[in-house]
Design a protein. Structure first.
Lengths: 472, 209, 221
């Protein structure tokens, strides 16, 4: 319910968007630079996988270090920056008031990226830790935590200080992501880096952190964008919206329990892996409801943003089902420790998260800058490259994993032969990553062209119709 | 989601419950796990690795070897780890209690290393050092762990049998030496009671444990 | 309503305003889901799916959690509390090792002792004779002159080995039994083995006391 006059309702772009222009552009610009950098590094890393001689003489870029660097650059560079930008923007718009403390956001962004550069330099010179998704050296971690806090606090304040009482699904997911990550991050820092746990407990905490970072941080950021974009662009209400709450809490309460997923058959008591298997199965409910709620994205009617969102959602739901399938022990014995897990990670990170972020970026940039994107072909080319690259990368990595898993479990096949069997798949995966990198370059170029060009066309927004609270 | 406090309480509980269950629950069970003292041998297992091997573990960590190698053996009926000679029994939690930085790993681009110390390649330190310089198979060469030193007087006893420019020899650096020592120390073969539990003889058919 | 002509991707148009979007969904949460027949099935199906998943989860947890035991790493395995396979102690191996480590310092590896200083164990009446005396010698030590195979040895005392007061070695009953079994089967001796239970019985009976003397031991059966 609203007491504001109808004229204010119709305005698509208000002071909320324009006041946040520069902080959000800083976040998104950094995010895209990190995206391109991580894409280049990931390409080099894939090449090293099938051609070990590639850059083997350079100690800073040896396979193990390069793998950690490209993962860190992707997650803490691209995913964190873009996710924060989208979350802040969503919370501000849906909260109905401009973001406060934007100077803190700018300071936080600069410190976050500075700490990240320092951390990556540290990894390259030999300070990395052995924890998945947390390879950064100890000395940058507190700085990252504080920087995150300064960026996230305005977002949380936009929720607590919102003008409207009731809230929408996108806001729940966005504020959950902003609020939960510092807890995960600080606990993981304490228990893995500053006061390390003993023995195999390190692996357990690391697994809890990785799954928590996906289900409680990155996935909610992506879903916040999806839950907003789909009804906003289609103009139709979300079907079965009453299940969205249950689905939200299911993701949160069940998500982090999947931490033992990578320790099936490992040196931990059996119950840890069993709980992970069970949690992956329970999470299927969340994925089903998300698919039901957001199926409007698949009837996009020509909207480019919804094309990105549709692919992102399909990847997200498919990833969830794949996780539950590979968590079953009979399947895990073949897919563990292979490129299959890497393929799953790429499906989630590049397929689901990144595609949803691209959609959000194409949607929000005209609104915060007041400018239209300069070029239609660049957008279409980016979409084609992202789609093709992601599909090729994921499918070939999963194929490589299947071959590798089958060979590993057949003792008659000598270990040295396995690399030869897997090689063609890895070459194809390299091609997929190259296409993906091309797409990332196109997007980054496009954004900088928009920001730099003096003659960019102003964005014209048609008056937005009113949404009907009924199913058509 | 009207009530702000309940909502944030719910968010906090979501992460707190999972943390309590998985992390704290396993901490309670495994946090005080101690080495197992064997009367026959008169010492405790797992044995602490020598200091140079502990330095080597840091080298292993900072080179990111865990990106391609695991250090966890699966039980014989779950995969073919035993058939490949990677270990007769499953790795258990106690195998890692004396390791400062556990390197379980998640990927087997290269073979599992939990019992590497017992394999032919590891038994001879010179051969293993040579392997780091000139590996075969999919492993990249770690030549930056070695240095080219001008031969002054006698050749060094540590020099590798590898091609070097005239008048120079290839010497492993301390990092290479410690890494080799660490790899040689990887030998989780002791049979703890929990690694091969025995069925109680008195259990009748169908009786629950 | 959206039409099917492709929209200009350079500026994505909104299909609804934010206010109406939120208002419409607020209304939806307050409504009863009973208008439109096609709307009824979905909640039921979803609830069935969720219940099914919970049931599967519960059953799987029950079957494969091994009662949350910290020592069970195989999900098909059972807890073996109290019945773990402790490595069997081979008395000859353990006994030989400890003999050569400690006892041989005086009694020599050959068991022949040093003439005039340390008595021999080979074919000694003390070793092959009553276990009551032999076990006590090792448990609590022996002080004072003792006659072995006709020769009197008074130069040195036998130290205290058992887990008793003033003991420097604190050997467990199992270890003492193993060593005694070893010496009774070596150096030409052919006496029966000594069991841990025998040692434990004597240990419990005698508890702490000072070293024995040969006279006291000879009074025992």
């Amino acid at each position: 319910m609203t007491t504001a006059p109808q004229a204010a309702d119709a305005a698509e772009v208000t002071e909320i968007d324009t006041s946040a222009r520069w902080p959000l552009l800083l976040l998104l610009g950094s995010a895209l630079l990190w995206l391109v950098l991580s894409g280049i590094l990931a390409l080099a890393n894939l090449v090293q996988l099938h051609t070990p001689e590639f850059m083997a003489g350079c100690s800073a870029l040896t396979y193990g270090r390069l793998s950690a660097i490209q993962e860190t650059a992707f997650i803490y560079g691209w995913a964190a920056n873009s996710g924060l930008a989208v979350a802040l923007w969503l919370l501000a718009r849906l909260g109905g008031a401009p973001l406060r403390s934007l100077n803190w956001v700018v300071a936080g962004t600069l410190f976050w990226n500075f700490a990240l550069i320092l951390g990556i330099a540290g990894i390259a010179t030999g300070d990395m830790t052995s924890n998945a998704w947390l390879h950064l050296p100890a000395y940058v971690l507190p700085m990252l935590l504080v920087a995150y806090g300064t960026i996230a606090v305005p977002g949380v304040l936009a929720w607590t200080g919102r003008r409207k009482e009731m809230t929408f699904a996108a806001q729940w997911y966005a504020v959950a992501a902003l609020f939960l990550f510092p807890w995960l991050f600080s606990i993981a820092q304490m228990m893995l880096v500053f006061a390390p746990e003993r023995g195999v407990l390190q692996a357990l905490v690391a697994g809890w952190f990785v799954q928590g970072a996906w289900t409680l941080w990155l996935a909610p950021l992506a879903l916040a964008a999806a839950y907003y974009l789909v009804p906003k662009i289609t103009g139709r209400i979300i079907p079965s919206y009453d299940f969205a709450q249950l689905s939200f809490w299911t993701l949160l309460f069940v998500g982090a329990w999947t931490g033992g997923r990578h320790l099936i058959g490992g040196p931990v008591p059996a119950w840890v892996a069993t709980i992970a298997v069970v949690s992956c199965a329970l999470l299927l409910f969340h994925y089903i409801v998300v698919a039901v709620n957001l199926r409007g994205a698949f009837c996009s009617g020509g909207s480019t943003v919804l094309k990105f969102v549709a692919f992102g959602l399909a990847a997200y739901v498919a990833g969830g089902f794949l996780d539950a399938y590979t968590a079953m022990r009979g399947v895990a014995v073949h897919t563990q420790f292979t490129h299959f897990s890497e393929g799953q990670a790429q499906l989630a990170l590049n397929g689901a998260f990144s595609m949803l972020m691209y959609g959000a970026i194409y949607f929000l940039i005209p609104r915060i800058t007041g400018l239209a994107w300069p070029s239609v072909p660049l957008i279409r080319a980016h979409y084609a490259a992202a789609l093709t690259g992601t599909i090729v990368l994921v499918v070939t990595l999963i194929g490589a994993g299947c071959v590798q898993g089958h060979d590993l479990n057949t003792a008659a096949i000598p270990f040295a032969d396995i690399a030869g069997h897997v090689r063609p798949w890895l070459l194809a995966a390299t091609a997929g990553q190259a296409i993906l990198l091309l797409g990332n370059l196109l997007l980054a170029t496009h954004l900088f062209w928009l920001a730099a060009a003096k003659s960019a066309a102003p964005a014209v927004f048609n008056p937005a119709p009113t949404m009907e609270a009924s199913v058509s | 989601m009207k009530n702000g406090f309940t909502f944030f309480l719910g968010l906090f509980l979501a992460v707190a419950l999972a943390w309590t269950g998985i992390v704290m629950g396993s901490h309670v069970q495994l946090g005080h796990l101690a080495p197992y003292f064997d009367e026959n041998e008169g010492k405790a297992f797992p044995e602490r690795m020598p200091g140079i091997a502990a330095q080597g573990q840091l080298v292993y960590q900072d080179l990111g070897c865990a990106a391609c190698h695991t250090q966890q053996v699966r039980r014989p009926d779950f995969g073919s780890d035993k058939a490949r000679g990677w270990g007769d029994r499953q790795s258990v939690a106690r195998d890692y209690v004396s390791q400062a930085h556990v390197q379980l790993g998640e990927s087997r681009v290269g073979p599992d290393l939990a019992t590497f110390g017992a394999r032919p390649l590891a038994v001879d330190a010179t051969r293993l050092t040579q392997y780091l310089y000139e590996p075969h198979g999919g492993m990249p060469a770690y030549r930056f762990l070695f240095e080219e030193r001008k031969i002054t007087g006698e050749r060094s006893a540590d020099a590798l049998k590898a091609a070097a420019p005239a008048g120079y020899e290839i010497i492993p650096t301390h990092r290479a030496v410690s890494l080799v020592a660490y790899l040689q120390s990887l030998n989780n073969v002791y049979e703890y009671p929990e690694a091969r539990p025995v069925e109680p003889a008195a259990t009748k058919e169908g009786e629950s444990k | 309503m959206s039409d099917l002509t492709p929209k200009d991707p350079r500026v994505e148009q909104a299909g609804a305003s934010d206010e109406s979007l939120q208002a419409a969904h607020e209304k939806l949460l307050g409504r009863k889901p009973d208008d439109g027949a096609h709307y009824k099935m979905l909640p039921l199906v979803l609830l069935f799916v969720f219940s099914g998943l919970i049931f599967y989860a519960g059953t799987y947890l029950n079957q494969y959690s091994a009662r949350y035991d910290a020592t069970v790493f195989n999900e098909n395995g059972h807890s073996t509390k109290g019945v773990t396979a402790v490595a069997k102690i081979d008395p000859m191996v353990l006994g030989k090792k400890n003999f050569e480590l400690v006892c041989a310092t005086c009694h020599q590896v050959t068991g022949l002792g040093v003439p005039g200083v340390y008595p021999p164990l080979a074919e000694s009446e003390w070793v092959n004779g009553s276990e009551e005396r032999l076990i006590r010698i090792v448990l609590h030590g022996l002080k004072g002159p003792v006659s072995v195979k006709g020769t009197v040895y008074s130069a040195a005392a036998m130290p205290v080995f058992g887990k008793v007061a003033a003991s420097g070695y604190n050997w467990s009953d199992d270890k003492i039994a193993a060593v005694l079994t070893y010496i009774r089967a070596s150096f030409g001796n052919k006496a029966p083995a000594v069991t841990s239970e025998q040692v434990a019985a004597i240990h419990a009976k005698e508890a702490d006391r000072k070293e024995w003397s040969a006279e006291e031991l000879l009074k025992l059966p």
